[in-house]
Design a protein around this ligand. Structure first.
Ligand SMILES: [Zn+2]
Length: 155
């Protein structure tokens, strides 16, 4: 709240199922049950983690780094389901060295990166291009002559 860490204590009723004797608490609105924090905080952490280090967020919120990491993973997975990445009319296929060589798909007209694949191997590139929807919108492809890519074009 106003940039300060706030703890919320909530008294909830505990119930017991009469047939199996399991106990449970009344569900709380706006609380992420799995993480015992507000859904608002979970969303905030997800957004912050795009531009900040996990440790700095963990320190600020008062949680362990692993929690930040797992929230970030969920956040990205949710984004990937909702965000539609545009299909470039002029597609660039190139490589970038981030720890190891990876294939980069770019939009040459906009000078933007469309996707960074986990490596530059033929199966990875072929799989990516095969599952791409709207491939018929690609009019031109520019790439270097690295062998495995030549035949990555899906049927
Ligand atoms: Zn039960």
């Amino acid at each position: 709240m106003h940039g300060k860490r706030v703890g919320v204590y909530v008294d909830t009723r505990r119930y017991q199922c009469q047939s199996c004797n399991k106990t449970f608490y009344a569900p709380l609105p706006d609380i992420d049950e799995k993480r015992k924090m507000t859904k608002r905080l979970v969303e905030w952490i997800g957004k912050q983690a795009i531009t900040r280090t996990f440790t700095s967020i963990a320190d600020e919120v008062g949680i362990v780094e692993g929690t930040v990491r797992s929230i970030f993973r969920d956040y990205i997975n949710a984004l990937e389901k909702t965000v539609r990445f545009e299909i470039p009319q002029w597609m660039g296929i190139d490589e970038i060295h981030l720890i190891k060589p990876r294939c980069v798909i770019s939009n040459i007209q906009n000078n933007t990166i469309v996707e960074i694949l986990k490596d530059r191997n033929k199966p990875t590139v072929t799989r990516y291009l095969s599952q791409l929807k709207g491939l018929d919108q690609v009019h031109y492809v520019a790439m270097d002559m690295w062998k495995p890519w030549e035949h990555s074009k899906p049927k």
